[in-house]
Structure formats: structure tokens, C-alpha cells
Design a binder for this molecule. Structure first.
Ligand code: NDP
Length: 285
């Protein structure tokens, strides 16, 4: 039986630490770190994520603003809102909830958010810093996974790490962070041949593909650490990961559940990044 990595618990502990640091920041500077989340349209999953981000940032003692814009928002209107937030001194972190409605240019939006307020770490400048290993902000989900591994005393150095998925948001930065931690890293994607042969070599397997229960127990090396980033609905509408927990759990050495695994860690990194952005803003004055 695998050890279940309790992301909810690790997130609680980490958030308590962040809240204490936010309180100290407020005491010292007389204002709170501020986070603005912009959401365009009515995507139900996005609305839940945004609500959770607001709640978590308020619980950490931060100043939190949600800008809800209608589906019909034009690019010019969105850019105007972002310009407002960019010059707002109370706001240290700006996050635009993705995906945006199809008529909006995501690239322009991500380029416009100043790197020092880019708490999602999606701006090319921040992505470049991650590549070099000299960064202020880390992308929320991969950094959340690294926090989890550290918390569980899982040493990455010298391990065979396989990341399935190569998105800019999860897969690629995840691979980079594992590499910085001295893992031997392989990235797989939809064109990888004999995927199961590769995943069976992994001491640490991170799966981020967006396909419900895709990775099964026979694709996992006995005793491996399995990190399931996926968030999907199964045939009964129940939340599930990219890993088939039922067949994977008896084979793995440690595994993250869905829900209660990686998800809570993502928001935790967002809080960490917002606090860091506020500290940077103060030190750059
Ligand atoms: P994307 O759709 O952007 O990327 C999916 C990646 O998976 C692509 O690189 C794709 O390959 C690869 N892939 C798809 N099918 C296969 C396959 N059959 N075999 C191997 N690789 C495959 O997804 P994201 O990275 O944004 O998200 C992945 C999952 O993680 C989703 O379920 C998402 O909801 C979840 N997620 C969860 C978060 C959390 O906080 N827990 C945060 C962010 C995402 P190719 O490039 O060749 O197309």
C-alpha cells in the first residue's frame, strides 16, 4: 500500500507559515500584500478556482480583489483593466484566470502583466529566469509539487524523474524544477512512443495530461512516487486525476490523491508569490 501524500495538510501547514509572514509584513510596512484576480466570462470551473484564490488570500491576511468581466469583454477593455491594476500600488500580484474566451489574445495579456507582478510566472521574462535557475516567482503548480516533495523528504537528486505532459503551465516548468533539484528528467507527450516503457522507469512520475485515469498501475514502477496533477471529471461526474488511483496505489510507494493532492498546493504557491511580490515592491522603492 502506498503512502498517501496529503496535499491538503501540507497546504494548511505552509499557508499558516505564509499567514504569519504576511502579518509580520503588515506590521513592518503598514499595508498588506495585494492580489488581483481577473476573470472573463462564465466558465464554471474557472469561477470555482477564482473563488478559492480569493478565499485563500483573504485567509492569509492579504488584500484581495476579484475583477469579474463579462464574456463580451473586448481586448481593449481587458487591457484597460490590466493597465489600471498595473499602476495600482495596493496590488502586488496580478493573475488572469485562464483560459480566456476564444476572441481574446492570451499572449498579449500575458506579455502585458509586468514581470514583477506576474505571480503566475507566465511572462517570458520569468519563464527565462526559471530556465536559468535564477528566479523570483515559480509557476504555481510545479512549485507546489516541489514543496510537497520537500515536505515528504523525497530527495530528487539522482532519481529518474518522468514528467508526462509538456504544457508551458505545468509540464515544461515541472521538468525544469526537477532538473534544478538534480533529477535525471525525461519529458513525455502525446507523440512519445511506448509511453508505459518510459513511465515504468520513473522513480518519480509526474502526470499532467488532462485525461481521466489514463496512467494505470501497470505503467508504474513498484515503489515509485506518483504525483497526479490532473483534474478531470470521470464518467459519473466525480473529480479524478490523470492517474487511475485504484490500480496505481497498490504499486506506488507514495501517491497524491485527487482531490486533496496537488490542487491545494497550487494556490499555496500563489500566496507565496504574492507575498514575495510585495516584498520586492518594498525593496525596489
Ligand atoms: P494541456 O492540455 O495544456 O497539456 C497536456 C499535455 O499532455 C500536452 O503536452 C500533451 O501532449 C500531453 N498529452 C495529452 N495526451 C497524452 C497522451 N495520451 N500521452 C502522453 N501525453 C499526452 O494541459 P495542462 O498542462 O494545462 O493540464 C494538465 C492537467 O493538469 C489537466 O487535467 C489540468 O486540469 C490539470 N491542472 C491541474 C492543476 C492543479 O492545480 N491541480 C493546475 C493546472 C492544471 P502534446 O503537447 O503532444 O499535445
Amino acid at each position: 500500500m502506498a503512502h498517501i501524500i496529503d496535499g491538503k495538510k501540507i497546504a494548511e501547514l505552509t499557508r499558516a507559515d505564509i499567514a504569519a509572514r504576511v502579518a509580520a509584513f503588515k506590521e513592518e510596512n503598514g499595508f498588506a500584500p495585494g492580489l488581483a484576480v481577473v476573470i472573463v466570462g462564465e466558465n464554471p470551473a474557472s469561477k470555482v478556482y477564482v473563488r478559492n484564490k480569493k478565499k485563500a488570500s483573504e485567509e492569509a491576511g492579504m488584500y484581495s480583489v476579484v475583477c469579474e468581466m463579462p464574456e463580451s469583454t473586448t481586448q481593449a477593455e481587458l487591457m484597460e483593466k490590466l493597465a489600471e491594476l498595473k499602476s495600482d500600488e495596493r496590488i502586488h500580484g496580478i493573475l488572469v484566470q485562464l483560459p480566456l474566451p476564444g476572441h481574446l489574445d492570451e499572449g498579449e495579456v500575458l506579455r502585458f502583466i509586468p514581470p514583477e507582478k506576474d505571480v503566475d510566472a507566465f511572462h517570458a521574462e520569468n519563464t527565462g529566469h526559471i530556465m536559468i535557475g535564477d528566479y523570483q516567482f515559480l509557476p504555481c503548480t510545479p512549485a507546489g509539487v516541489m514543496t510537497m516533495l520537500r515536505h515528504e523528504n523525497i530527495d530528487v537528486a539522482g532519481k529518474n524523474c518522468v514528467v508526462v505532459g509538456r504544457s508551458n503551465i505545468v509540464g515544461k516548468p515541472m521538468a525544469m524544477l526537477l532538473l534544478h533539484a538534480n533529477g535525471t528528467v525525461t519529458i513525455c507527450h502525446s507523440r512519445t512512443k511506448n509511453l508505459a516503457e518510459v513511465t515504468r522507469e520513473a522513480d518519480i512520475l509526474v502526470v499532467a495530461i488532462g485525461k481521466a485515469k489514463f496512467v494505470t498501475g501497470d505503467m508504474i514502477k513498484p515503489g515509485a512516487v506518483v504525483i497526479d496533477v490532473g483534474m478531470n471529471r470521470d464518467e459519473n461526474g466525480k473529480l479524478c486525476g490523470d492517474v487511475d488511483f485504484e490500480s496505481a496505489e497498490p504499486v506506488a510507494g507514495a501517491i497524491t490523491p485527487v482531490p486533496g493532492g496537488v490542487g491545494p498546493m497550487t494556490i499555496t504557491t500563489l500566496l507565496e508569490n504574492t507575498l514575495r511580490a510585495a516584498i520586492l515592491a518594498v525593496s525596489n522603492k
